[in-house]
Design a protein around this ligand. Sequence first.
Ligand code: SOE
Length: 369
Amino acid sequence: MTLTVGVLGYRFMGKAHANAMARLPMFFPDAPEIERHVLVGRDEAALADAADQLGFETTATDWEDVVDEVDAFYNLGPNHVHAEPSIAALEAGTPVLSEKPLANDLQSAERMAEAAESAGVPTATAFNYRFVPAIRYAKNLIEDGELGEIRHFRGTYMQDWLADPEAPWSWRNSEEMAGSGALGDLGAHTIDLARFLVGDVERVSGHLQTFVDERPVEGDGDETEMREVTVDDAYSAQAELEGDVMATFEASRFATGHKNDHSIEIHGSKGSLKFSLERLNELEVLREGNRGYETILVTDADDPYVEHWWPPGHVLGWEHTFVHENYEFLSAVDSGEAYHPNFADGLAVQRALAAIQESDENGEWVAVE
Ligand code: SOE
């Protein structure tokens, strides 16, 4: 049976997921057969062009017409539109993949996770960095006890696309639409990796900062309209993870010189590891008894997901994480088996994000319930 996929959103993430779906038959022949069936958006002309470019059969301007007609629904819109279409799809029994963070606020994330629980179908929160082969390799090392007892997790996510005060305002600068700034957009990924590799976040102390309070709205007029920035440009947090693990998290859109630098370090009683997204094929590992780190090029055929691609050393990139994520999610939709990271994982991250915001506001440590 061919699975039909409906996708809301056709910009950055729409393209990343459509590309992933297009790669599946060639590189993952055991993936279920799918059809990029319907692309959803509001601007009919732009939508028609996007559907053509991204390989969709049809278009729709109303998500309500789509959510109960497809075998899987992808919600790739801005954060404030994650909840309603996703909940409607789940109420119709349709599996849903939502972009991250799960929602723009904790209450919406809770409603989404409840709807997922009641529907009992696979859901996904699109934390694509879990699907980097080197991250999977790291997880295997930790599970095999190679690092011993984990003591520290350090995660930073550095970008610089807002360092220029003239960089235009977008929905990512709006609390109403995005929920938070660097915290939710970037920190959500780091917190998900902390949970995936080490364990749940138990309590946090957070600090958020906005460096530029208003930005120009892009437009044709002669008068420059300025709009308020209502989210953080950067955040930092210290945290305690389960098992008495000490953690620090940090992200910025003002880290000049860093484009998309998501880095983590983990220290255990027997060894350590380091990973940076800017060198995503590599993992630095310090093994017990060694004086220094070794650099492992995670591109061997028996490394996670690599047998589907190229010979050793023929490196993979950012877009491959989406292919792996789509492979796992669509296989779960086909088989009905559980998938992670699901909406419950997305909610757990959202609870940590909300606690970091609350801690910044009241100046105290906050427990992540
Ligand atoms: C923009 O900051 C962005 O595209 C995020 O929204 C993504 O989740 C991250 O993977 C890369 O940066």
